[in-house]
Structure formats: C-alpha cells, structure tokens
Write a protein that binds this ligand. Structure first.
Ligand SMILES: Nc1ncnc2c1ncn2[C@@H]1O[C@H](COP(=O)(O)OP(=O)(O)OP(=O)(O)O)[C@@H](O)[C@H]1O
Ligand SMILES: [Mg+2]
Length: 359
C-alpha cells in the first residue's frame, strides 16, 4: 500500500475570501460543499501552493490577499509526509511568499517540493490537451515534476539560460564566453529534462495500459523531441553554438526541449483527443491525472494529494460513481469541491465533509 501523505489540519488567514478558516481533515479525503462563490476553490488554491509557487491559479502573493484586510495572508498546514509530521507555513511578506518548515524559514521552494506533492484538475484545464504545444508541454511538466523532485529546478535553469541567450542575440552582444556558459547550462539541463520526461511517460503509459481503471477511457501518450535520448550535452551545446546566427535572425531558439511535442490519443479508437467528444476529452484528461497518481503510488510508493475542483458537474452518474470508487481505491488524500453532498450519499463514511456557509 502506498505511503499516505496528507494534510491533517489546514488554517487560512486573510487568504482570498477567507478571513479565518480552519479545517481538521485527519487522514481522510475531503469533500467541500457550498453554494457558488462561497470560497471552495480558494481552499484548493491554498493547498496547491504546496506544489507550485504561484499555485493552481498562477496568482501573485498580492492577488491572494484578502481585499478587506491589510494584515498579510498566511496558510498553515499540519502535513504528514509519509513518515513524520511537518508544520508548514506559507505567508505573504512584502509582496513575496515566505515559507517556513518546522519553524525554519526556507530560502527557496525546493525544500517544500521535496516534502509535498500535489496534482490537480480544475475547470480551467478543460482544454489544456487541445491547446497549443506549449500548454500541452506544461501539463506534461506538471506530471513529470510529481515524479522527479529536481525537474522543476532543471527546467527553471534551462529556461533562464535560454532567455538570457536570446537577450544576448537580440542585443548583439558577441561575448563568446558568456554564450558558451549559457549554452552549457541549457545543454546539461536539456539532456536531464528529456530523460526525465521520457522515463515518466514510460511509467505513466505502463500504468494506463496495465493498472488503470477499466471504467475510464485509456489514453495513448505520444511524445517527440528534436533531441534523442542518445544525444549528449556536448552534442547539444555544439548545435546551439552552430545555431547562434540562425537564432538571432529568427528571434527564437530553434532547437531544444522547449519544442518537444506531447500529444494525447484515445487508445480505443486511435484518434487524437481533439477529434473526441467534449465528454470523452474530459474523461481522458481525468484518466491521465488518476493514472499519474496511481503511477506514483506504484513506482514511488507515495501517493500525492489530489485536488479535484468542481469535477462532478462534468460527469454522468456512472462516471461520478467510478471516480469516487477509483479515488478511494488509490487511497490518496483527495480534496473534492461540489455544490452539495448528493453525489456522496453512498460514501458518507469514506470522506470528511465540510459545508461552507455564508456569514
Ligand atoms: N483577494 C480576494 N479577496 C477577497 N475575496 C476574494 C479574493 N479573490 C477572490 N475572492 C472572492 O472569492 C469568491 C470566489 O471563491 P471561490 O472561487 O473559491 O468560490 P467557489 O465556492 O469555488 O464557487 P463556485 O462554486 O462558483 O466555483 C468570489 O466571491 C471572489 O470575489
Ligand atoms: Mg469553484
């Protein structure tokens, strides 16, 4: 059985619409109910900060601040990491986010990412697999970062070096050492990124094919890159050097892992996801998320937290039941929002329920 990570207690202070909110979840999965606009999604957003600095809504610290208070927002999590409890605090401090773990202020997010692991499905993601290649790649990257704790760090280094190299080209600064050093950072990290993407995709496809619920449609994940797994960092660095002139003319970096292509197909009909019905597209997306959680349980023996915002409104009765059964069988702490409890009436003992009421 996978090690169960969970939030035991969550406290929000001046976080969006919540002036003061406290919730004791123990190790259970949680269903948060309440009418539209009451603040359900805001709670999931607070949890998503454990996995991504700007959370699932990509919000700055100032946007999250409760508009009716001048006192900085704070979120506190009693978090079980599979072995011990951590007391985690994330707070706004001078328009930035400050992180404390067990009373110690952290200089970066990386120590937090080592402890916590969260994946989510929110309505804004409905079309992510139909969107631009870069959006699809971002979706894949979110999944890869679930499995590889160094992934985000590698990707940030790659992106920063790529950006700085483009700036040098744009401004026609012909400093060979500077170029070499940036291209070296890009090359080393590109090779790691490609290897991590490929290995996670393999694990994920294997989980979809052999371990995922038969009730959901299965996806085929297709991936292609301008680089191959045999390419060394040295090879890629040389190619970048050769391409300087071309890149300066086109104004873009023509070769690299930022151009990788990730596509999803419906396995049964062997058609790309954009040719499936709206319902099928949503089910494929959900099934990839559920398989990612399952893959992490199987291969890393550690379940991430799963956030499902407003998911039931997308599904018919049959799939609602299938989703609940699947979530309970994976045994990851899942946080689901819904307008009322009706969908969970047969599972009253399997979840903790919190109804948000207006004051
Ligand atoms: N910074 C902020 N300060 C105060 N209130 C905010 C802030 N940001 C968002 N809100 C308010 O929070 C409320 C929305 O909360 P949320 O999206 O969590 O609702 P919800 O319960 O998920 O609703 P729905 O069922 O429609 O999805 C809105 O009324 C919005 O105006
Ligand atoms: Mg909502």
């Amino acid at each position: 059985m996978a090690t169960h990570c969970y939030i035991k207690k969550l406290k929000l202070h001046n976080f969006r619409s919540h002036s003061n909110f406290e919730l004791d979840s123990d190790d259970s999965s949680v269903v948060i109910t309440g009418k539209n606009g009451i603040g359900k999604t805001n709670i999931l957003e607070a949890i998503s900060l454990l996995a991504k600095s700007n959370g699932m809504k990509k919000a700055k610290a100032s946007e999250i601040q409760n508009r009716f208070s001048n006192e900085d927002w704070v979120v506190h999590y009693d978090f079980f990491n599979g072995t011990d409890f951590n007391s985690i605090g994330i707070a706004k401090s001078f328009d930035k986010k400050l992180i404390q773990i067990d009373g110690k202020t952290q200089s970066s997010y990386s120590s937090l990412y080592k402890i916590s692991n969260v994946i989510w499905l929110i309505p804004q993601m409905d079309y992510v697999l139909l969107n631009s290649p870069s959006d699809r790649l971002k979706f894949l990257d979110r999944i890869v970062s679930l499995f590889e704790e160094n992934y985000t760090c590698c990707y940030m280094k790659y992106r920063k070096a790529k950006h700085e190299r483009s700036k040098l080209l744009r401004e026609n600064i012909l400093n060979k050492n500077w170029f070499s050093s940036l291209e070296n950072i890009m090359a080393i990290n590109a090779v790691s990124i490609l290897h991590m993407r490929s290995s996670v995709l393999k694990i994920l496809q294997d989980t979809i094919d052999n371990h995922s619920s038969k009730l959901f449609p299965k996806a085929s994940l297709k991936f292609s890159s301008q680089l191959t797994l045999d390419d060394t960092a040295e090879y890629f660095q040389n190619r970048l050097k050769e391409n300087r002139e071309k890149d300066s003319l086109t104004g873009r970096v023509t070769l690299g892992v930022h151009n990788d292509n990730f596509r999803v197909f419906c396995q049964k009909r062997n058609v790309p996801i954009n040719l499936c019905s709206t319902g099928e597209q949503k089910l494929l997306l959900l099934s990839i998320i559920l398989s990612s959680v399952k893959a992490r349980c199987i291969h890393y023996n550690k379940a991430p937290l799963l956030l499902l915002d407003d998911i039931m409104s997308h599904l018919d009765k049959h799939y609602r039941k299938a989703l609940i059964e699947e979530v309970l069988s994976i045994q990851c702490q899942t946080w689901i929002t819904d307008v009322n409890q009706d969908n969970f009436n047969s599972y009253l003992y399997s979840f903790k329920f919190f109804e948000l009421l207006s004051k």
